[in-house]
Write a protein that binds this ligand. Sequence first.
Ligand code: NAP
Length: 271
Amino acid sequence: MNRNSGKTAIVTGASSGIGRASAEALARAGFTVFGTSRKISGQGSSEISMLVCDVTDDASVAALVSDVLARTGRIDLLVNNAGVGLLGGAEESSVSQSKALFDVNLFGVMRMINAVLPSMRRRDEGRIVNIGSILGLVPAPYSAHYSAVKHALEGYSESLDHEVRAFNIRVSVIEPAFVRTVFDQNGLEPDSVMKEYDQARAGIDALLRDVMPKADPPEAVANVVLRAATDKRQRRRYTAGKTARLVSTLRRFAPAATFDKTLRKQFRLPA
Ligand SMILES: NC(=O)c1ccc[n+]([C@@H]2O[C@H](COP(=O)([O-])OP(=O)(O)OC[C@H]3O[C@@H](n4cnc5c(N)ncnc54)[C@H](OP(=O)(O)O)[C@@H]3O)[C@@H](O)[C@H]2O)c1
């Protein structure tokens, strides 16, 4: 018998990209998978049950979790994947726009976790996998708000992992770099675009044009999600993909000045 059969997983934001690939990988590995989207329109494959959930809405999150518990009686794994991007100069986004970003990418994660923890604690078992980003380790220009929210996710996840280990629940963060999804098209536009950042914008557009065709497919990240979900000795952090591994290693071992210079060159910024 498959060692994951009988186990229930929720994957938020499973209508496309990394969430969808992760839901499919978990289903193939034997999990009973509930994927979520804000709107159900027949997406998802036959092996994934798609349910409606907006992670910015307390009532929507509570309804999702009680629905899954009513159907299966247990939640073994939560993959917090739902997220949006925001590319632009720090000064080009208002605080209210940044709050909207945090509401999905951080408070959405907290809402989901607070909703599933009581049932995981009762069963004295559970795994939580949060989709972070290499920008949660390395702040990059033109991503200040997004880097901030992914750094916050790292801190929150590590604290939580210390706390819930007492209940046999573990928390991991997955750190991908560039992944070929519709993330950029779905991202928020800065709410006050300024011509002073046009040159920086052109630099990042050129970088994305270069790297995106060679970026990792979402399935590569999904394989890492599956590892975090099933590893006997789960790790707190998993980089996903070659670029993420390289950046993470350089960040740890390269001298700060060299790292700074290389990053600015990548982003076409003056030395
Ligand atoms: N692509 C990359 O290069 C990359 C790199 C590093 C990390 N990531 C992270 O990977 C995760 C997934 O991104 P992706 O690249 O797969 O992008 P994507 O294809 O745009 O998927 C985003 C998912 O999030 C869901 N979502 C957005 N707002 C939501 C909300 N308020 N409530 C519930 N669900 C919501 C969307 O579902 P609906 O629109 O159907 O509701 C969609 O399924 C994100 O956390 C992102 O930060 C992406």
